[in-house]
Design a protein around this ligand. Structure first.
Ligand code: SF4
Length: 200
């Protein structure tokens, strides 16, 4: 599969996922409290490179790769996701520098479900949500049991990404490494020289 097709296929997966999550939020009442960023304040988040193919494409298409890579080089060792802005809340902003292009784990966490040992759906949510919206969390748990075909399952979405490009989806890596590999993967696709050669 060529890179354009990979990018389109991943965007399609994210569109479906965002739709399902919006439905869960609507039906249950679950919602992140304004400017919460507790789930990003972690230094051990893992992801696969394919989750950030859309981000990488956006960076190339908007001429932002060099600046972004410099930012990544400077901040990599902190362990925090390079897209996490810990000071954003002070300016009334959410903490993700590119929320639109965030990874699968970032989309699913809080609102996604996994299957337990008995193959029953279990909501994977956070302490913040459990403490601030206990009724909504209970409703979301019930939705998982009553309508298992309509919930965002971690397993299903991981498998969909895997089926697009296994090599980029099979390994879970520290999140910044995953982002870096996604950017490197698209280097030749967006390289002006390579593009010119493919036209000539
Ligand atoms: S998923 Fe939980 S921790 Fe993350 S922003 Fe939402 S409420 Fe906060």
């Amino acid at each position: 599969m060529d890179s354009d097709k990979i990018i389109l296929a991943v965007n399609e997966v994210y569109k479906d996922l965002d739709g399902q999550i919006a439905q869960i939020a609507l039906k249950s009442g679950m919602k992140c409290p304004q400017l919460c960023n507790a789930c990003c304040r972690k230094t051990d988040i893992e992801a696969s490179p394919i989750e950030f193919i859309s981000l990488a494409a956006w960076l190339y298409e908007n001429g932002k790769v060099d600046d972004f890579m410099a930012h990544l080089d400077q901040n990599d060792e902190t362990g925090y996701c390079v897209l996490f802005d810990s000071e954003a809340w002070k300016n009334g902003k959410w903490a993700c520098l590119n929320y639109e292009k965030r990874g699968l784990i970032c989309r699913l966490f809080g609102f996604g479900y996994r299957l337990n040992r008995d193959e029953l759906p279990e909501l994977v949510t956070c302490k913040v949500m459990k403490e601030t919206l206990p009724e909504a969390v209970s409703k979301a748990r019930l939705i998982g049991i009553e309508t298992p075909d309509e919930i965002p399952l971690f397993r299903n979405y991981s498998m969909r990404l895997y089926s697009i490009y296994p090599e980029l989806a099979v390994r879970q890596l520290p999140i910044n490494k995953a982002i870096r590999l996604a950017i490197e993967k698209l280097y030749f696709h967006y390289s002006p020289r390579m593009k010119r050669e493919s036209i000539e």
